[in-house]
Each structure stands twice: as structure tokens, then as C-alpha cells.
Design a protein around this ligand. Structure first.
Ligand SMILES: [Zn+2]
Ligand SMILES: [Zn+2]
Length: 423
């Protein structure tokens, strides 16, 4: 057991002897199940934390220590059934032991304190005895204060908005109203959007300052930015069910018809025969670029040797239906025709460069994708991840993770190409 000195976001310095690989996975503390109970029980055990009263820690500080226990394997990851790939919906399992515990010793040393100003509500709420509240005032809470919330979250039934719960969340005032009983009555009846904003504000004041870790989907290679430690106690996105999705996106068939209608003019303008590079709509899981980002479109010069031994060269432009649909669902309606035109035209430009023997666009786009990964994760962390991937057994390595080829290439400083696909 290594003794680590950790500087917490509040500035407090503690020494932690995190049991390594002890894998505690039950959440019962003093006979009661609590959200994050496994972390709380471990930290409360004699000799684990020196330099602080654990229950008096701010939740932000607590979450950093929880992250440490997850990384050292002292506690098992908390299950998160909602974690699914944003591209193919496959379940994602994040293993915090992939991350370096040493990073946490100083990562939060200069974390800025969250602002304590009142936060605006998405819509005004009516107060008893007249009056309207446009904002909510909350403060950060300690682990001891948050306990009623953590108890409510550990039950199998949905939690209720009670005065006790609001106090545990640090709610001080709703507009001019500051009596917990009345605030609970108002917020208990408020819209999902309003309640989601209360949850959001709670997380701003109480979650650990964000650290991002990369996670590639084992099924399709899409890269995800996991904010650690994960999951949070509340999920405002899930609460905000009243999202205005507006009109549904085109069906697959309608989308194909639209592409057929738009393509001829675009091909003509580029001087390309449509039969030479037929546009195709892929209804399945979209391919990703080398930074693990799902594609709208791609261009591929495919080489195949036929039965007679002749090399066949085929050019394919692909539009990925599901990526177009997902943008619509996630970000709202947009001009689909314009986006199809632009994507087709872009892929034809790749084709013309390819025929000319050199594709500067492709080189620039690959460099940009690499740059994004670097900026997000840093060279040192990428190198470590790549080394760890390379050390896995070969079968798993080849099967699981082609985006990790990128990480490895980055780590080695190689500018190697990855297959033929362009985007
Ligand atoms: Zn996936
Ligand atoms: Zn491109």
C-alpha cells in the first residue's frame, strides 16, 4: 500500500493509503446502502486518510479521492447501465484502472473554485403566496451533509423532492423563497427542465473538476471522452426528458431518394461521371475517422483482385445515414440537403486529388485529427495508453481497437496512413 500525498480541489492536502487491488464492491456504510458507499466505507476505514475528517470533506474533494480508489483498484467501478456508444449503441465499459493514479496527486492543485452566484432557471417558477423565481441559490455541500441525497439515490425507487433532500443538495433559496418546506413543494411540481437545472447546478458545485479520459468503443472504434470519475450521482441529461425534438428525421428510404435527386448536379459540376464513383448510402454503423469520430461521408478507392487474377479498382463515395440522423437528434433540425451536397462535393474533391496522384486534403485532415487527440489527451498520456495497448495479447489487440493504432502512431510520432478510407 503506497502512501500518496494528494492536493484536493479545496487546497486541502491529505495523505492516502489506498488499498491496492482490494476491490470492495458493496455500498453499505454503517448498515445503510449509500450511493458511492464503497468509496465512503473505504475512506472511513482506519489509517486510509490522514490530514482530514473524511465526513467533513467537500463533495468535490471526496470525488477526487473516489477517483483515486477507482484507479488503484481499491473499489470496483460503479455500474453504469446507461453508458452506450454514441455511434453504434454497444454497451461501453470503462475501466478506471487504465488511468494513472499519480496524475491525481497534483491534477487538481490549482482548480478554480466554482462561482457561488445564483444560477438562472430555464423557465420562471411560481412561488406560493405570489411571486416568481427566476434563479436558484445553492452552495457546495460536505459528504456528511450530502448523506440524505446519497441514501435516496441508493434506493431502487425514484427519489422524491423533500426538504431534507434539498438541504442535502445545498439549496439555499429559490428566488426570494428560502424555506425548505415551501421550496420542496415548488420544486416537487416543477417541470423536468427546471429540476434538471437544479441537478446541473449541484454537479457544478460538487463534482470533481473535470478530467477527461479516452475510451474507444470495442465494437466500432468510435472514441468517447469519459469525464472521470464516472458516473456522477445525478444525470441532468436523463432528467431533461422534455427535449424539443421537433420533426423526425428522414427515413432511410427518403434519405436515399434525396441523395439520388441531388447527386447528378454535384457530379456534373465537378466533371465526374456518376457511374464512375457511385454514391452509396450506408444504413448501418458509420465508419469513423482516425480520431474515432463517426463520419458523415467517406471516399474509398478500393482495390480487389478478382477470380481471374485481375486487379479491379473501384471508387466508392459513401454517405452515412445514421450520422446525419444523429446530428439531427442531438443538435436539432438543420438543412439536410445542403449538408448532403457539401459532403458529396467534398468526397468528389478527394476523388479528383486521388486521380491526380496526391491528396493534400487527406493529409491535412489526418494531421488535424491527430492534433485534436493530442490537444485533448496530451502526448504523455497517449504514449502511456499506446504502450499499454501494445502490451495486450495480440489477438485482443487486433480484434478490439483500431483507433489505438492511431494512439500508437501518435506515440511513435509516425505519420502512417490507415488504410484507404478518406473522409
Ligand atoms: Zn460503437
Ligand atoms: Zn475530407
Amino acid at each position: 500500500m503506497r502512501r500518496r500525498r494528494v492536493v484536493l480541489p479545496s487546497g486541502l492536502e491529505v495523505h492516502v493509503r489506498a488499498p491496492e487491488g482490494a476491490v470492495r464492491d458493496d455500498d453499505v456504510v454503517d448498515g445503510t446502502r449509500l450511493r458511492f458507499g464503497r468509496a465512503i466505507a473505504t475512506l472511513l476505514a482506519p489509517g486510509v486518510v490522514e490530514g482530514a475528517d473524511v465526513l467533513a470533506l467537500a463533495m468535490r474533494d471526496f470525488h477526487v479521492l473516489r477517483d483515486l480508489l477507482l484507479r488503484t483498484g481499491a473499489i470496483a467501478p460503479e455500474p453504469d447501465d446507461d453508458a452506450r456508444c454514441r455511434n453504434c449503441d454497444a454497451p461501453l465499459a470503462f475501466d478506471p484502472r487504465e488511468l494513472d493514479p499519480i496524475e491525481l496527486e497534483t491534477a487538481h492543485a490549482s482548480a478554480p473554485s466554482p462561482s457561488l452566484d445564483p444560477a438562472p432557471l430555464p423557465s420562471p417558477v411560481r412561488l406560493p403566496r405570489g411571486g416568481i423565481a427566476n434563479e436558484i441559490t445553492m452552495r457546495p455541500v460536505t459528504l456528511r451533509e450530502a448523506r440524505p441525497l446519497l441514501e435516496a439515490l441508493a434506493r431502487d425507487t425514484p427519489y422524491r423532492v423533500t426538504p431534507r433532500l434539498l438541504t442535502a443538495m445545498g439549496v439555499l433559496a429559490l428566488g426570494t423563497l428560502d424555506r425548505p418546506v415551501l421550496m420542496a413543494r415548488v420544486l416537487g411540481r416543477a417541470s423536468d427542465a427546471v429540476w434538471a437545472s437544479v441537478e446541473q447546478r449541484y454537479l457544478e458545485l460538487n463534482a470533481a473538476p473535470p478530467l477527461v479520459a479516452p475510451l474507444a468503443c470495442p465494437a466500432c472504434g468510435t472514441l468517447h471522452e469519459v469525464v472521470v470519475p464516472t458516473p456522477d450521482e445525478l444525470d441532468p441529461d436523463a432528467t431533461r426528458t422534455e427535449r424539443d425534438t421537433g420533426a423526425p428525421f428522414l427515413s432511410e428510404h427518403e434519405f436515399e431518394r434525396l441523395v439520388e435527386r441531388l447527386a447528378p448536379a454535384i457530379y456534373e459540376a465537378r466533371g465526374v461521371r456518376i457511374e464512375a464513383v457511385p454514391p452509396r448510402v450506408e444504413p448501418g454503423v458509420p465508419a469513423t475517422d482516425i480520431a474515432g469520430e463517426p463520419l458523415l461521408g467517406s471516399y474509398e478507392p478500393r482495390q480487389e483482385v478478382d477470380a481471374a487474377g485481375y486487379t479491379q479498382l473501384e471508387f466508392v463515395v459513401t454517405l452515412y445515414y445514421r450520422t446525419f440522423r444523429r446530428v439531427w437528434e442531438d443538435e436539432g433540425s438543420y438543412d439536410v440537403e445542403a449538408e448532403i451536397r457539401e459532403t458529396l462535393d467534398h468526397e468528389l474533391e478527394h476523388h479528383l486529388h486521388h486521380l491526380a496522384g496526391h491528396d493534400p486534403m487527406d493529409a491535412a485532415e489526418r494531421a488535424e485529427a491527430r492534433q485534436e487527440l493530442r490537444a485533448l489527451y496530451g502526448d504523455r498520456r497517449l504514449a502511456k495508453l499506446a504502450a499499454r495497448e501494445a502490451a495486450r495479447d495480440l489477438g485482443q489487440f487486433v480484434r478490439v481497437t483500431w483507433p489505438f493504432f492511431v494512439l500508437i502512431a501518435l506515440a511513435l510520432g509516425a505519420a502512417a496512413g490507415f488504410g484507404w478510407i478518406r473522409w
